[in-house]
Design a protein. Structure first.
Length: 436
């Protein structure tokens, strides 16, 4: 985790203190149920919860010192709790194995992280919707292969982004449901030394659901799916970030990141206004996607368990969620303050001499008796003259001078095909689909 790209609420979930508090709650809830079942004295859970009610400080350094000797983090934690609670603490962890604590804790942390990510997505969606509706009918050029294609609106560009991030939200909700599982099943997952009702009780208390078959660990296909979902969201972040970066290029300059008073773009060139936020988002997206691969490789563990996944998850759990949280918040800010230049959009759209209307002329010729092959030839031979003139010539003017074209179309029919508003007649339909 890099502090520069971290926000406090998400970071707090992954702090050692938070982890140890979850460990304690799992152990105490399990002891509570074991007491109800008569496996351990009910006084054991009472002692644990009585100590917990004092809101004890989690002594991370003390636990670390014990682990330096035991070389086992869960045993170190249990030892520290026993030192503070006393004799009754010996009934903790009855019939449990370390993975019961570690895997269930990771599920809690990922579920809580996801709740914050869902809030982030809601904020981003709200910002995109507001800007999309603001620019619903702002004409701009659509590009394919980076080349002028046909007119769109800037609102449609943003509506596409909204629909994509709305799908991201649905995927994340499904990923949260899949990852929020609890395993309290003991060594190799057979429940030989602990009743399944303990797992059900702990799951309910921790806001999880029981893992159907946990071997000794929760199956890592769940985690692979979760981190793959985060990677897809990162891809969507980069898609919108790259669009903004392209629009901010000097030769385009149809939109740009907000440039605050006193901000500097370059140490050498005082004139620079660089798209640093969206460039940064591209870099963060690369990192988030990179965490998906080790999560996929964690799926294939040996037999009922090994710990090859453990070190991986100590990295990717906090790093992926913290980075994505930051990236979503940053993108929301970019969208919210994005500077949009409709006049520049219109100027860019007009600079190629009306070439953007070529398809309408092509279709009109075919509808008036000209073969598609001949229609394409007629329009293209005039369009290439405009292209090579860098827009100094106008397509409409050249077509009016083309005898073969005018033999099929009247001047009024031809001029009608250069109506910009024609391209926006279905904008309402698209917006109704995206923003019902």
């Amino acid at each position: 985790m890099v502090p520069r790209y971290a926000r406090p609420a998400m970071t707090a979930i992954w702090e050692p203190e938070s982890k140890y508090r979850i460990w304690f709650e799992i152990e105490a809830h399990a002891t509570q149920k074991l007491g109800e079942l008569g496996v351990v004295p009910e006084s054991a859970a009472d002692a644990l919860w009585k100590w917990w009610a004092t809101e004890p400080k989690i002594e991370v350094e003390a636990i670390d010192a014990i682990e330096a000797v035991t070389k086992h983090d869960v045993i170190a934690f249990l030892t520290w709790v026993a030192e503070n609670v006393g004799e009754e603490a010996r009934f903790m962890h009855q019939g449990m194995t370390s993975s019961d604590v570690l895997d269930t804790t990771l599920a809690v942390q990922l579920a809580r992280s996801t709740d914050l990510l869902l809030e982030d997505l809601d904020a981003l969606l709200a910002a995109i919707e507001r800007r999309a509706k603001e620019h619903k009918y702002t004409p701009t050029i659509g590009r394919s292969h980076g080349i002028h294609a046909e007119p769109v609106t800037f609102g449609l560009k943003l509506a596409q982004a909204y629909a994509e991030f709305d799908r991201c939200k649905m995927r994340l909700l499904a990923a949260r449901d899949e990852i929020a599982t609890c395993a309290i099943s003991g060594a190799v997952g057979t429940f030989a030394n602990i009743d399944p009702s303990v797992e059900e009780y702990v799951a309910e208390k921790m806001g999880l659901k029981p893992e159907p078959v946990s071997t000794q660990v929760i199956p890592r296909d769940r985690h692979a799916m979760y981190f793959a979902t985060l990677a897809v969201i990162a891809g969507s972040i980069e898609r919108l970030a790259v669009e903004i970066r392209h629009l901010q290029r000097t030769e385009v300059l149809e939109a740009e990141e907000y440039f605050s008073p006193g901000q500097k773009g370059s140490s050498a060139m005082p004139h620079k206004r660089n798209p640093i936020l969206t460039e940064n988002l591209t870099g963060q997206a690369r990192m988030i996607r990179a965490y998906a691969l080790p999560a996929l490789e964690n799926v294939a563990l040996w037999h009922e368990r090994d710990i090859s996944h453990s070190s991986v998850e100590r990295f990717i759990g906090p790093d992926a969620t913290i980075t994505l949280d930051f990236a979503l918040a940053r993108l929301t800010g970019v969208v919210d303050k994005l500077l949009v230049y409709p006049k520049r959009m219109r100027a860019n759209m007009d600079r190629m001499g009306g070439l953007i209307h070529s398809q309408r002329v092509l279709l009109a010729l075919t509808q008036n008796g000209v073969s598609r092959e001949d229609a394409y030839r007629l329009v293209q031979r005039n369009a290439m003259k405009v292209w090579e003139s860098d827009g100094r010539l106008r397509l409409l003017d050249l077509l009016k001078q083309d005898e073969e074209v005018m033999a099929a179309l009247s001047e009024a029919e031809l001029e009608d095909k250069f109506d910009l508003e024609y391209h926006f007649k279905q904008v309402d339909t698209v917006f109704e689909r995206v923003f019902p």
